[in-house]
Ligand binder design. Structure first.
Ligand code: AMP
Length: 208
């Protein structure tokens, strides 16, 4: 069983790797950012509350978000899951460890310069979830997903918001890395290789 946690700064490629892992191992991928963006799109009260935090690159109401995400994860613990974007704070890390067994935690390491380049060129598909970069991984047709839908720029993918998100990562999430680093399930992966090499490096630490 693989209960996988992917940790990395914004734009480190967590979503891309999660999609590759999901396909390869046939286990579910939960992206906390995608869960929250769906709430925002649905216009729920919860969605309205978190939108203002997301647009600024802040973390928002941590306990509420934790409860929502844990409800998605708990039923998957027997079959396996890939978690991307969660846990982001020490509170979330402890709550996760109490709720389900985590079998592997990966830190996808990428430098700050590279993050800014990646985030500002990122394009996403709302329909199928595919992620592109206008230069490094362009779609076949400009601004159109290979599935045919229009690509969008996430409202928090601006230089200014990216800088806040990097700061939040350093202040809130680096302690989570240090927490997992003390366990034997922690692995650091060089996130500046091409996506296939990153995938191979991750797979080496997982059960078949
Ligand atoms: P992401 O798609 O992982 O880059 O997340 C986008 C935004 O969603 C973040 O900047 C936060 O505002 C919010 N978010 C995502 N995951 C979490 C989480 N685990 N805890 C709190 N906020 C989160």
């Amino acid at each position: 069983m693989n209960n996988i946690v992917l940790i990395g700064p914004p734009g480190s490629g967590k979503g891309t790797q999660a999609a590759l892992l999901q396909q390869h191992y046939n286990i579910e991928h939960i992206s906390s950012g995608d869960v929250l963006r769906k709430e925002v799109a649905a216009g729920t009260d919860f969605g309205k509350e978190i939108k203002q935090h997301m647009d600024k690159g802040e973390i928002g109401p941590v306990e509420l978000i934790t409860n929502v995400i844990l409800e998605y994860i708990k039923p998957l613990a027997e079959k396996g899951f890939i978690l991307d974007g969660f846990p982001r704070t020490m509170y979330q890390a402890r709550m996760l460890q109490d709720a389900v067994p985590v079998t592997a935690a990966f830190y996808i390491a990428v430098s700050e310069d590279e993050i800014i380049k990646r985030i500002t060129g990122r394009r996403s598909c709302k329909k199928c979830g595919a992620i592109y970069h206008i230069t490094f991984n362009p779609p076949k047709e400009v601004d159109i997903c290979d599935c045919g839908d229009n690509l969008i720029v996430r409202s928090d993918d601006t230089v200014e918001t990216a800088k806040t998100r990097i700061k939040v990562f350093q202040n809130e999430t680096v302690p989570v890395l240090d927490y997992f680093r003390k366990t034997n399930i922690f692995h650091t992966i060089d996130g500046e290789q091409n996506k296939q090499n990153i995938f191979e490096a991750i797979k080496k630490h997982l059960v078949l």
